[in-house]
Design a protein around this ligand. Sequence first.
Ligand code: FPP
Length: 242
Amino acid sequence: MSAGRDAGDLVVPRSVAVIMDGNGRWAKRAGLERIRGHERGIDAVRTTVTECARLGVEALTLYAFSEENWQRPRREIDLLFKLLQRFLIEERPTLMQNRVRLVHAGRRDRLAPAVLALLDETIAVTAGNDGMVLCLAISYGGRQELVDAVRALARRVAAGELRPDAIDEAAIHGALYQPSLPDPDLLIRTAGERRISNFLLWQVSYAEIHVCDACWPEFGAEHLRAAFRDYGNRVRKFGKVL
Ligand code: FPP
């Protein structure tokens, strides 16, 4: 079964998701503060976004801040959101040049008003772009997303708009944060870890998983190409017999 779009020697997945891990480890190894790893991580975000857009990926979802990340020290949380705000301002021209449309997946209630305002503004400014969709998962958890979807469906049942036995996979999918995005074909995780970490639990059902040993600040175009080459060698059967 074909894995995706062909770009030269590469099979390009339609939808890619990335667990950007190892910022802290990279910094520690370099004798730097953890936050320096997050700072360098922005360079890897820029490279990954522009390369994916250039290669023709339709949707890229980046795990920028998980629900569990709220348990980190306040100083690190504040610095991460400062970096995110800086990214939303400084990378806007890059997003526009590459015709990238930004969307958000996650809970909004714990995000500071200034972060929400910048996020919404960037989403609005890029809304007309017809290239790749960049989904930033911020204050995101896969279980929390399913809880929110179930609550939304339950409200529709209580309002008499939906029969309980009409709840099927499509109804659940339709109640997720970004229902119009294609499910990831490829999930990349850096820093050698082999965990899903509460990321896109519903959507990764049939994703191919590529683990990259490099830490996120080291992740570059060559690592992305290696991930796509690995993906191109997979046989995707979706439970069927070929
Ligand atoms: C994991 O490294 C990374 C994060 C928790 C945050 C990722 C954030 C960025 C790359 C910067 C901001 C992102 C955007 C999209 C602007 P870790 O701290 O868990 O590393 P460790 O496991 O080595 O400690």
